[in-house]
Write a protein that binds this ligand. Structure first.
Ligand code: ZN
Length: 218
């Protein structure tokens, strides 16, 4: 834990602030006192570690309970048929589990809101019939019937498959005001929505291929 504090201090540029008081006290304090302080500090550290280990699972459980919440989404078949509207627990996983499940590219985009290079993804030029699902949790996101050629190099749709299945939030990163789009079921970042799309909605859902998994209509 001390190391964490020291790293934290370094990360904020205060490299000397942590070390200096200890160096000063060692010059002014008798050796026996230093030894006693060291032992006391060590015992306190061990006790603290033991307490931390003992309480950690409970603390994590509390966090998990507060984060686990129900979301409502609509289920679809791969042919785009609307099945049913369900209430389900939001998909929550640790960063390590997402890393194991996803490619590095898909992880950066879905979990850290990165953006793939234009014309680099596998779906911007795909014209087959089917459903585009979330690469993280398989939630249905877009129907190929709403896909259009935007010329941007990213797969573009004029509507989500169901409004419940995507979540839109204001995004002010990169000095722009945009509307970010994420998967309702797992919070995976998908892309952004703009108001320069075609009829009937006038919207352009500009998505990352890496956030999607295409399920071909059978
Ligand atoms: Zn998802």
């Amino acid at each position: 834990m001390l190391n964490l504090d020291r790293d934290h201090d370094k990360a904020h540029g205060g490299t000397d602030a942590f070390v200096r008081p200890a160096e000063q006290s060692s010059a002014d304090t008798p050796p026996n006192m230093q030894r006693r302080v060291f032992i006391t500090t060590s015992l306190a550290t061990i006790a603290g570690l033991a307490l931390w280990q003992w309480t950690r699972p409970r603390a994590l459980a509390v966090v998990a309970a507060s984060e686990s919440r129900e979301v409502t989404v609509v289920r679809f078949s791969d042919s785009g048929q609307r099945l049913n509207r369900v209430s389900t627990a939001k998909v929550i996983k640790s960063a390590d589990l997402w890393r194991k499940q996803l490619s590095a590219n898909a992880y950066d985009i879905t979990r850290n809101a990165d953006t793939e290079l234009a014309f680099s993804g596998k779906y911007w030029n795909l014209h087959e019939k089917g459903v585009y699902r979330c690469v993280c949790c398989d939630n249905a996101l877009f129907d190929s019937a709403t896909k259009f050629d935007s010329g941007t190099g990213w797969p573009s749709f004029w509507a989500p498959i169901a409004k419940e299945n995507v979540t839109e939030t204001r995004d002010t990163t990169l000095g722009m005001v945009r509307i970010a789009v994420s998967c309702t079921e797992c919070d995976g970042h998908l892309g952004h929505v703009f108001d320069d799309g075609p009829e009937p909605t006038g919207l352009r859902y500009c998505m990352n291929s890496a956030s999607l998994r295409f399920a071909k209509q059978v």
